[in-house]
Design a protein around this ligand. Sequence first.
Ligand code: AKG
Ligand code: FE2
Length: 382
Amino acid sequence: MDVYDSKDYRYARDWMKETLRLLDEEGHSSTVDLSDVYDHLSFAEYKLGNLKRAAHYTRLMLQNDPTHARAQRNVAYFEELIRTEPEKYINQDDERGEEGEGETAESRESMTQYERYQSLCRGPWPLPKEYDSELTCFYYDNHRTPSLVIRPVKVEVVFHKPRIFMLRGILSEREMDRLKELAGPILKRATAKNADSGKDEPAHYRISKSGWLSSKHDPLGYVDRIDRRIEDFTGLTMSTAEQLQVVNYGIGGHYEPHYDFGTDEASFTDGKDRNRIATVLFYLSDVELGGATVFPIVGARIQPFKGDAAFWWNLKKSGEGDMLTRHAGCPVLVGTKWGVLALRAQALSIMLPCLVCRETCLETRNIINANEFLCSLQQVDT
Ligand SMILES: O=C(O)CCC(=O)C(=O)O
Ligand SMILES: [Fe+2]
């Protein structure tokens, strides 16, 4: 019961419910104790804040074993909490009853964030009707950079709020092979910042291997060339960008919903005054099953296609984080997933006046480009 021991109660609940389903389908099992399953299920629901369900499973446990003293005490305890503090203990999950019924637009509305993530990982949601006439595709060049003029980027707008762009066929087979080759020796279990300790540590919500690609280790110049291509089409300077990050997910690998921009004050007050304005996520592989990139708040879903990249702005023109950009990498079910992340940071103090008013930034090359890109791709604040 790894998920249970690691306090991953949502998954623990899913496993327990699957056990119940199998017991129901296959009849009695000599190895699985039904009371034990209800006991774990009840505790998981309790930890998830669903007291009505927790009480329900404990009652089922009592049906199986009416003398179970702890179960008797727990039912009384849950009932007392539901009676005295319903606003605290009856949440959306409880009100909706058991999940698993067919999804509708309405039921999606009332899902928790995490359930939206899970649902989108299972399959796409229909796009809002008003998108029909708005999703477009076009070739993009900036009329200036020779490599772009010769080979414009094929852009497809796949979502509007927030704007999500797909850059089709942006990497060649040779480039992708080279990136994977460079990644081989540097891939390590990915880490994330632990909010309590402030340290980078492996985390259950991010299961993958990753590594930073330095152009120093690439005498053939592939990394530099890709970095420059990003600079050319976004206009965002490489000088404040992070190194390219290769990510590799095996079966079950995933990255739960998060923001790419810094949400804490420290991101703005560490003297650097910068934040991750945009994300480019290159896909170096197709994924046989699973592995989509999803945006649970807005219901967007991107299926990885080898050679394509997804691009979105993390910050609004005001420099504030765009809260609609919360996104996740879904669990890979069959196959492996390779990606390269290019996170672009921009010093906000010099960027903001330029994004608001084009005329004020004529001297700064990268800023002018960023502004043009914003305009030409009709970046809109939401
Ligand atoms: O793998 C994905 O689809 C998303 C990865 C991601 O969001 C990240 O690494 O920040
Ligand atoms: Fe991300």
